[in-house]
Design a protein around this ligand. Structure first.
Ligand code: CA
Length: 228
């Protein structure tokens, strides 16, 4: 499972240690040394997971986590907090602020990698290599095959990622901006119309087997996959 991880840590040695270890685990790592730098990076492109130090110069990691949770665009961004504080009350504050998990310094790089994997499996199933299936429509990320019953479908990489995201998040409507963030990783430079074009192509590819009916369009709102 490979993800884009934004590491927010002001101590250069720890930032380096964390970044190098995550890169060794196959992740793409972005770095920030303050809440402000982290916000700028997130504005540019939504990462898959945030590794966030509690004690930062200026705004604390805890405060940033709280603000990210209050914003619709970053509400679901998985956050793993790093801290030197080990007191029970601090852990509770971190989790209340919206962190998904918590790691106390010093920690082993192995443990960090394992925790990130667990957070991603729970919160970002579209990054997993597990095959997903719905009503005979099957997508296997490991082999990059999509089949409708016995028939193999030819999808472009964008349509493949779009279908993967929808199959792993059924029963919920996503706006075009959210889909750009989640599937294209860019909500600034790509036009929202792009989403409509790819949904149309995906529908067309799914039409012969009737699976195009799984895709829900909510006019003026966005797209999703039917939950049943
Ligand atoms: Ca720090």
């Amino acid at each position: 499972m490979s993800a884009t991880v934004l590491v927010v840590e002001d101590e250069p040695q720890i930032q380096e240690l964390v970044a190098v270890n995550l890169e060794h685990s196959g992740h793409e790592v972005l770095r920030a040394s303050s809440a402000e730098e982290a916000e700028a990076a997130i504005r540019a492109a939504l990462p898959d997971v945030l590794v966030l130090d509690w004690m930062l110069p200026g705004e604390s990691g805890l405060s940033l986590a709280r603000r990210l949770r209050a914003d619709a665009r970053t509400r679901d961004l998985p956050i793993l907090m790093l801290t030197a504080r080990a007191m029970e009350q601090d852990k509770i504050s971190g989790l209340e602020a919206g962190a998904d998990d918590y790691l106390t310094k010093p920690f082993s790089p192995k443990e960090l990698a394992a925790r990130i994997k667990a957070v991603l499996r729970r919160r970002a199933p579209q990054l997993s290599d597990d095959a997903v299936e719905m009503e005979g429509l099957r997508l296997d990320p490991a082999t990059r095959r999509v089949t409708a019953g016995e028939r193999r479908l030819a999808l472009s990489p964008s349509e493949f990622r779009l279908l993967h995201f929808l199959l792993t998040h059924p029963g919920r409507i996503y706006t075009r901006a959210q889909l750009l963030d989640q599937v294209w990783g860019d909500h600034v430079f790509i036009e929202e119309r792009t989403v409509d074009v790819h949904i149309r192509r995906l529908r067309k590819a799914l039409e012969p087997s009737g699976h195009h009916r799984l895709i829900d369009t909510v006019r003026g709102s966005g797209y999703g996959l039917r939950a049943d």
